[in-house]
Structures are given as structure tokens and as C-alpha cells.
Design a protein around this ligand. Structure first.
Ligand code: SF4
Ligand code: SF4
Length: 456
């Protein structure tokens, strides 16, 4: 899959190491997900968009060679003009490389780190192979581990199955307990799909009360069906039955947000909610999906091929190979800069005029395959869900942003909400069933906050 270098490579593998000055138009820092085993995995999750990528490398063993590992780490560190560098491993299942591979990766990073540079490590895993040795290593080197669990047993096992189609819940839970035993920092990555989308509180309470984790990332499953019936490429206007619907996605987030806001702000960290708060504070987007442009989150395959993004590991988004062109050149290439700018350039007018555009920015281009009501292409499949969610959270987000700006903790919203609800309860106790609800919703009291009033 490698393409030849087309103009002056900065360096090639085996060249004597000399200071590398990234091209002037390269971003000062960027994120890379490295896939040392490519798409190879020890599970067979039904919705996995990456398993099918094996078709891009027929006959490959899907193992990153040691020499390439060193080339990658060196180039990545050379490309970063910051003192904090994050080396991120993903798959497939990266743990299939074996623990020694990751020990060598830490040795390489230590060798190439510049004075004063701090290296952080992250790894996304299904947890199946984790044991005491892995967890002790993660703890020793402060890895942040992302563990994939989709909720309580039946919701998790609906699609997260092994190669024989068997359940994997117990193994994922065992991994979580091992990580906790070794005090490894970890978060849960939960995909939201047809099986768990209608059970938001079951999923959320399971994470909080049974798993006992604080960091959770929800990812919507949107599997586009290609013309040949496969899901290999980001093409096609229809989605599989495993995909979450836009309304489900919005209601899933809203239900969890409401519970989070009433009791868990400052104790549970939901990546998407934190990102939304950053938008309401006017700060830079905390997730690439909500940024105006793309281009600074690439993927590196097991053979050194570099792609525009983890979600676009497809031939037409191949930038080159780090054995032929330096990573900083590839990230600065016209092809990658065009890819990044396209997110903004192709945003439909409908989105530009949307009230929650500042928080959504049309979300990820991979999901933009609908037409707007006026027929323009490029509307996000999840639009209805995001619009409902961002509209629903507007007021509490404003309150949290105001608390933050006045030097108080956004978590104080828990008390603000409790006081408001107490006031409403008292007011609706006095209102008759057919009066307008004191909350101002425009509905009758009996259909709103007066629903549970003893006289209703
Ligand atoms: S394509 Fe999507 S996932 Fe990739 S950088 Fe852009 S917004 Fe992020
Ligand atoms: S909510 Fe919908 S219309 Fe608004 S910016 Fe997002 S995708 Fe576009």
C-alpha cells in the first residue's frame, strides 16, 4: 500500500540521525493512532469498522517490525514541537504484539525524547490478553488504558463476541478488575448501537456503580453500507441495522446528561459532555469531531503507511509511508491539508446557520452523507440527535460556564439543579393540574412537573 515519495524526503530509514526541522506548514503538534497489528484482532465484534481493513493488506502478517517501531517513534517525536508528546496505540488489538514490543516502544521513546520532553502513552484494548505483567507495566509507565465495554452483560455481549461468536463480558470485566488492582488509569470506551442505545441509564449506572469508573467515552456506531454490501469504505447512504439511529443517539446522551447533571458533575467525566462544556466556554474543541477542521489526527498502519485519519484508512486517503517520507512531511502535505480543510469547506449552509453550530461544526465528515432539507449534500447522519442534545444542554451548560467564569466549580450545578427542582416542586404543588407548569415549558402542570403531585 506504500506510495513512492514524490519529492525530497527529509530522511529515510537507516539515514544517520540529524536534527529534523518539520516543514513550516506542519502543525506544531498532532495526534497519531498507531496500529501495530493493523486490523488483526482476537475478537470479532460485529460492528467493528476496522476488521474489514484486512482486505487492504492481503497476505500481510499484520505485525509492526522492530526497525519500523523505532523509525515511527523517532519521527513522531521529531515532528512534535511541544514538550508533551502522547504515543497512542490502537488496533485491531494492539496487545497481540506482546508485552515486549511495548517495552521496546518505551525504550525508544526514552532514547529520542528531547531534554525536558514528557512522553505519555495510551493504548486502546479489548482487555482479553491483559494480566498482572501487562498491568504492572502500564502502571510503571503511567499508560492511560482505554478499555472497551458496552454496558451490562447482555448489552455488551450483543455484538462484542469472540472469533467463535461467544460472549466476552467476563473477560472484559476481569481486565477492568486487574487494571483497578494495579491502580492503572483507565477509561471505558462504550460504543452506542442498536442493542444498547435504548438503555442509556442502564449503561451509565453500570459504569458508575458496578464498574466504578470515572471516565467514559461514548462512540456512536454508524456503519455505512457500500455498494457491494460491505462496510469497508466511508461510502453509501444507508447504514446497517446495528447502527444507532439519530434520535436514539440524541436521547441516549440526553438521558445520561440529565442524571449526570443532577448528581455526578465533577465525579464522572463523560468525554462528550466535557467537550461540550469547552465549547460553551468558548475554548478550543476538546474532540476532533467538534472542531472546524480535521487534519491533525492521523493513523499509522503496521507497515508504516500513513492515512489521513483513523476513520479514513482507505486507499484514497493514503498519504505515504514513513519509510519513504518523514511523518512531519506527510502531515504537512497538500493532500492532508486539503483533507483537513474539506471539513469546513464542505459544510452545508444549513449547518452554518444552525444555532448549535458553535458546538457541533457538523461533526465528523465520515457521518456526513445525508442531504439537508433544501437538498444540499453533506448533512450529518446524526444531525437530529446532536441538535436535540446540544439544544437540551444549552441552559445547564450556560450555568456551568458562568460558574466556571466566576471562579467556581461547574460541579456546583448539582446544587443549582437541586434548589431549582425543590422550588418547582413547591410551586407545582400549589398549581392546579390544568395550570401552566411553573417551569415555563408551556405544558400543563399535570403533563410536566406536576405529574407526580398527589392530586394529579
Ligand atoms: S475525519 Fe472525523 S475522526 Fe477524523 S479527524 Fe476529522 S472529525 Fe476527527
Ligand atoms: S446539529 Fe445538525 S445542523 Fe447543526 S451543526 Fe450539527 S449537523 Fe449541522
Amino acid at each position: 500500500m506504500s506510495i513512492p515519495a514524490t519529492n525530497g524526503p527529509l530522511e529515510v530509514r537507516g539515514a544517520p540521525s540529524a536534527p529534523v526541522i518539520p516543514p513550516h506548514n506542519a502543525p506544531p503538534y498532532f495526534h497519531v493512532l498507531v496500529k501495530p497489528t493493523g486490523a488483526a484482532c482476537n475478537l470479532n465484534c460485529a460492528y467493528c469498522f476496522f476488521l474489514s481493513k484486512e482486505a487492504l493488506y492481503p497476505g500481510s502478517r499484520f505485525r509492526m517490525a522492530d526497525g519500523l517501531l523505532e523509525t515511527y517513534i523517532r519521527q513522531y517525536i521529531e515532528s512534535q514541537r511541544t514538550d508533551l508528546v502522547t504515543i497512542a496505540w490502537q488496533g485491531g488489538e494492539p496487545a497481540l504484539m506482546g508485552l515486549d514490543f511495548f517495552k521496546r516502544s518505551v525504550e525508544c521513546a526514552t532514547k529520542y525524547a528531547r531534554p525536558g520532553m514528557r512522553i505519555e502513552y495510551t493504548i486502546q484494548t479489548n482487555g482479553i490478553l491483559l494480566n498482572d505483567a501487562w498491568c504492572a507495566f502500564f502502571r510503571e509507565h503511567s499508560f492511560l488504558v482505554g478499555l472497551s465495554i458496552d454496558g451490562p452483560r447482555p448489552l455488551h455481549d450483543a455484538y462484542r463476541v469472540d472469533k467463535g461468536g461467544g460472549p466476552t463480558f467476563d473477560k472484559a470485566m476481569a481486565a477492568a478488575r486487574l487494571l483497578q488492582k494495579h491502580q492503572v488509569d483507565f477509561n471505558i470506551l462504550t460504543t452506542v448501537h442498536a442493542a444498547n442505545a435504548d438503555h442509556p441509564l442502564d449503561v451509565y449506572r453500570f459504569m458508575r456503580d458496578e464498574l466504578g469508573v470515572q471516565w467514559v467515552q461514548f462512540i456512536p456506531i454508524v456503519e455505512r453500507v457500500n455498494a457491494d454490501g460491505r462496510t469497508l469504505l466511508q461510502e453509501g447512504q444507508t447504514v446497517t441495522g446495528r447502527s444507532v439511529t439519530p434520535d436514539q443517539w440524541g436521547q441516549f446522551l440526553i438521558a445520561i446528561f440529565d442524571e449526570w447533571m443532577r448528581r455526578d458533575v465533577g465525579r464522572m467525566y463523560i468525554t462528550l459532555f466535557e467537550a461540550a462544556l469547552a465549547s460553551w466556554l468558548g475554548g478550543p474543541p476538546a474532540l476532533c469531531i467538534f472542531a472546524e477542521t480535521c487534519g491533525n489526527a492521523l493513523a499509522v498502519e503496521h507497515n508504516g503507511d500513513v492515512y489521513a485519519c483513523d476513520h479514513f484508512v482507505e486507499p484514497k486517503h493514503l498519504l505515504g509511508n514513513i519509510q519513504e517520507r518523514h511523518l512531519s512531511e506527510l502531515v504537512a502535505s497538500d493532500q492532508q491539508r486539503r483533507f483537513g480543510a474539506a471539513k469546513q469547506d464542505t459544510l452545508p449552509q444549513y449547518c452554518r446557520e444552525c444555532k448549535v453550530h458553535f458546538a457541533c461544526h457538523g461533526e465528523c465528515p465520515k457521518n456526513r452523507f445525508l442531504a439537508t432539507p433544501d437538498g444540499a449534500p453533506g448533512l450529518n447522519y446524526l444531525c437530529a440527535g446532536y441538535k436535540a442534545f446540544f439544544t437540551h444542554v444549552d441552559r445547564p451548560m450556560r450555568v456551568m460556564a458562568q460558574l466556571y467564569r466566576s471562579g467556581r466549580a461547574p460541579a456546583e450545578i448539582v446544587h443549582v439543579v437541586a434548589a431549582e427542582e425543590a422550588r418547582l416542586k413547591a410551586a407545582s404543588a400549589k398549581a392546579s393540574r390544568n395550570d401552566p407548569c411553573p417551569c415555563g415549558s408551556g405544558r400543563k402542570s399535570k403533563q410536566c412537573h406536576g405529574k407526580r403531585h398527589p392530586s394529579s
